[in-house]
Design a protein around this ligand. Structure first.
Ligand SMILES: C[S@@+](CC[C@H](N)C(=O)[O-])C[C@H]1O[C@@H](n2cnc3c(N)ncnc32)[C@H](O)[C@@H]1O
Length: 561
């Protein structure tokens, strides 16, 4: 018999909410009575466990696309895992103003770390900066030495949950850290030791411990503040962050955060959810900052797993699986990883140099050592050789993208890549996505040759087509897709203007139809960004509005509206 108690009267409760299974009732009447309050908390999923996935989320009812599955505040948020010499402000986690000279930089009056302003309300927030400020004050020399390691601050904030919120600390401790792969002797252990553990313990925790307990001082605990700051606890915290933290791109700084429920989502390279975050600047209230809203990206049937993507959707299968194994500790076996053609996109395909006609694809994408084979002539190529080719081209792509060679140089890179790779290989797509913006961007639209204009349009269509194969609901690639849609509209409008300028070309009906097609492109771009809250998304929405206005003005002036 169930030992649950009725949430209304406390009597033994044989009934459970069938949707979330998280509340119990003695009888139907009490369930009905509770629905008014429960309906906002009732989530359409439950936590299940399996040997392969550990804990994961399963839908408890059918959910239509775009439904809100969950919204919650982070347990903890802070600067992301890399050195960031310019901030963010430790109060609000917003970028520091870029136009302020280093010696005029505002700072936190307590610890002297840079801040957007000495009055930033977040600096006085007990749940974020205030506790850490006390620790940072014990090591003011790091400010004098300009040794500000922002990437050690999120682990410190996690450590301080012991004091600031024991309940959150318990939730964090229940998270997986993949410690089996992070033991002494591993590279990640050494890096964590230098980057976080020694930095925090020697600069801050040891001096603070001396202040608090004098001769009995040890950096393993700080009297009255932190029970456990041992090396092993700090290593585990960094492991928890690597495995579970979500990345938030917020303006110019990148932030990571841990969420109490969202972290339970499993990974899939074809995820069925999307998420967005409240913009940090929009609220001073701690709980409203960086709230996550998780939505269904597709219809989800009762019993289906709820998934997100832990890695980059525009990486090929080998690169995604390598990253997932190294950082998250599992070999992905999702339907995209198992498909040699990656959902028809051919994102990892090489050209077959033996027959010159086919594509080289992995014979078993779930086995890193399996040969690759041509889909036309069957010729094999060792996986090792594929890795060599792809990583040497990776370097060339990096150099080409950083170089200032402009469109001609990038066209040269594409031509070289396409000798060895399928035109939709992710290296080619990356360069093409830049190129389609260079035409009509750095290279002014009105100066493009007819051929360049056509190239802009065809690149936009080509890249968009692959994005939609990989991510039909645009759950992750919405910004990339919106760029393609916008640039296609801009190219089409320029072509239309040129055709109008040439006497006798095109009828009014054709022009109207072309304008309708362009409106549809911009509508699709706007729709793709409907849940975007990041600054990049907002800038893109503005660019789409500007393009829309320009088009409508042109249509009115030319009397074809
Ligand atoms: C963010 S946690 C998710 C919650 C975790 N399952 C737990 O019980 O704490 C990520 C970990 O879940 C497991 N996991 C997630 N997605 C997986 C997948 N597609 N295949 C295998 N393991 C997966 C891996 O152990 C991974 O390191």
């Amino acid at each position: 018999m169930s030992s649950a108690l009725c949430v209304i009267c406390g009597a033994p409760a044989p009934l459970k909410c069938s949707a979330c299974k998280s509340v119990a009732y003695c009888a139907k009447e009490h369930q009905k009575q509770h629905w008014k309050t429960h309906k906002t908390a009732c989530r359409p999923f439950e936590v299940d466990t399996s040997p392969e996935l550990g804990r994961h989320l399963v839908a408890t009812r059918d959910v239509a696309a775009d439904a809100v599955l969950l919204t919650e505040a982070p347990l903890v948020a802070g600067p992301r895992h890399h050195d960031n010499p310019r901030g963010p402000c430790l109060g609000c986690l917003q970028p520091l103003p870029a136009d302020v000279a280093a010696d005029a930089q505002a700072m936190c009056p307590g610890c002297l770390w840079p801040a957007c302003s000495a009055d930033c309300p977040g600096l006085r927030d007990a749940l974020s900066h205030l506790a850490e400020c006390r620790v940072l004050q014990a090591g003011r020399h790091v400010v004098l030495q300009d040794d500000l390691r922002y990437d050690a601050l999120l682990p410190l904030r996690c450590l301080l949950l012991q004091k600031t919120s024991p309940a959150k600390w318990r939730t964090l401790q229940a998270m997986d850290a993949n410690m089996a792969a992070r033991g002494p002797g591993t590279l990640v252990h050494q890096e964590t030791q230098d980057r976080v553990v020694t930095y925090l313990r020697e600069n801050f925790l040891r001096p603070l411990s001396v202040i608090m307990s004098g001769s009995r001082a040890t950096p393993d605990r700080v009297e009255g503040l932190l029970e456990d700051c041992s090396e092993s606890t700090l290593h585990r915290i960094v492991g928890v962050l690597d495995v579970n933290a979500l990345e938030i791109s917020s303006g110019l700084t990148d932030i990571s955060a841990l969420y109490p429920t969202a972290y339970l989502m499993e990974h899939s390279c074809v995820p069925n959810t999307r998420h967005s975050f409240t913009r940090s600047a929009s609220s001073e209230e701690h709980d409203a900052r960086f709230r996550i809203t998780l939505r269904s990206a597709t219809d989800i049937k009762k019993g289906e797993h709820i998934s997100t993507m832990y890695t980059h959707m525009l990486w090929g299968t080998m690169a995604r699986r390598e990253h997932l194994l190294a950082v998250k500790g599992f070999p992905c076996r999702c339907r995209r990883c198992a498909d040699p053609r990656e959902l028809g996109s051919l994102l990892s395909a090489l050209r077959c140099l033996a027959c010159g006609a086919g594509n080289l694809l992995p014979s078993d994408p779930l086995d890193d050592n399996a040969d690759w084979r041509c889909d036309a002539c069957g010729a094999p190529l060792a996986a090792e050789h594929v890795i060599q080719v792809v990583s040497s081209l990776d370097e060339q792509v990096g150099q080409a993208m950083e170089g200032a060679g402009g469109a001609d140089a990038l066209e040269g890179t594409v031509a070289k890549l396409e000798k060895l790779l399928h035109p939709h290989h992710y290296h080619c797509l990356q360069v093409k996505h830049s190129l389609l913006q260079l035409y009509g961007g750095q290279l002014e639209m009105s100066r493009l040759s007819a051929q360049q204009l056509q190239r802009k349009a065809s690149l936009s269509r080509e890249v968009l087509g692959v994005l939609l194969q990989l991510d039909p609901p645009l759950a992750r690639l919405q910004l990339y897709a919106a760029v393609c849609l916008l640039e296609l509209q801009r190219a089409d409008l320029e072509a239309l203007k040129r055709a109008q300028g040439e006497a006798g070309t095109g009828t009014a009906a054709n022009t109207r139809a072309a304008l309708q097609d362009m409106r549809a492109l911009l509508q699709r771009a706007t729709h793709a960004l409907r849940f975007e809250t990041a600054d990049e998304g907002a800038r893109m929405v503005d660019a789409i509005k500007t393009a829309q206005q320009e088009m409508e003005v042109w249509a009115r002036v030319n009397k074809v509206a």
